[in-house]
Write a protein that binds this ligand. Structure first.
Ligand code: PMP
Length: 288
């Protein structure tokens, strides 16, 4: 079924949802975005996603020509118009139409696009067997480049790391920062468990401040599991008792092998399984 897309302040048919070839989002990756889940017709953690979107925009000096309330309403309308019950929303804000030069201030108005569709998930059996990952050579953005906390339309660093993973025959890669500390995966945050304690890299190590990450940390603490944010190295990953990734699309997924090394018995761990279930219950409104 053809989708209804929110663009230029209205819902239009998918075939009519078009942007200019002079849009700086296309010419320079100049823009920001969010990926948001819908569970049982409810938009998951919308306020947190909007906060991250507006902060990302602020850092790149992009003015979003809608208030957060207007954008929230437009997002709800797009979800309803497409009858999305369980799905995925892509919210995109580009710098808008400009000229061929990179000067962003010649772009008069931001372009806001909202797509609500079904979601492409990892195959279900990957959650049972667990995922294999590699360490990427490509490092996460230096904090003095585009800060990793900005969810920008330029994902090329992460795409290069993803290519490394796919070339190695695994679905994901762990990215490190310029100092060699663990940052995150190409589209997910990373957690390890050692001696019953959850260790998670601080955001300043070069990761996106994941909405799923924050929810999982909260749920873990509620279960009485200690959570420590600290810099991790490849050593820590190699000797971890458990490892898992979190993200909007992936939710909570166990990692069972890194760089060809099996993690303990090569099965997703107990705490990973517990948090996956707790996250599922929370997302589906079965727990607070
Ligand atoms: N890191 C990166 C680079 C991401 O793109 C994402 C989102 N796919 C995440 C982490 C996870 O963030 P969230 O839980 O908000 O989806």
């Amino acid at each position: 079924m053809a989708l209804k897309i929110w663009i230029n302040n209205a819902l239009v048919d998918e075939k009519d949802a078009k942007i200019s070839v002079f849009d700086h989002g296309l010419l320079y990756g100049d823009g920001v975005f969010e990926g948001i889940r819908v569970y049982g017709s409810k938009i998951f953690e919308l306020d947190a996603h909007l906060k991250r979107l507006y902060e990302s925009a602020e850092v790149i000096r992009l003015k979003i020509d809608m208030t957060p309330e207007q954008l929230a309403n437009a997002t709800r309308k797009t979800v309803e118009a497409n009858g999305v019950v369980d799905g995925y929303i892509r919210l995109i804000v580009t710098r808008g139409v400009g000229s061929l030069g990179i000067n962003p201030f010649v772009c008069e108005k931001s372009q806001i696009i909202i797509i609500a569709d079904n979601i492409q998930l990892y195959p279900g059996d990957l959650y049972e067997t667990g995922m294999r990952v590699i360490s990427a050579c490509t490092i996460r953005n230096h904090p003095l480049a585009i800060p990793p906390q900005v969810k920008s339309l330029n994902y090329l660093n992460n795409i290069l790391a993803k290519i490394e993973a796919l070339d190695a025959g695994v679905p994901e890669a762990i990215m490190y920062n310029h100092e060699g500390f663990v940052a995150e995966a190409t589209g997910d945050n990373v957690f390890i468990i050692k001696n019953g304690v959850i260790n998670v890299p601080p955001i300043q190590a070069g990761s996106l401040e994941g909405i799923t990450r924050a929810v999982v940390i909260r749920l873990a603490k509620k279960e009485g599991i200690e959570v420590v944010e600290k810099n991790l190295t490849r050593f820590d990953l190699y000797v971890a008792d458990e490892m898992f990734l979190t993200g909007t699309a992936a939710e909570v997924i166990g990692v069972v092998e890194i760089d060809g090394r099996q993690i303990v018995d090569g099965k997703p761990g107990r705490i990973t399984g517990l948090l996956r279930k707790k996250f599922f219950d929370y997302a589906h409104g079965r727990s607070k």
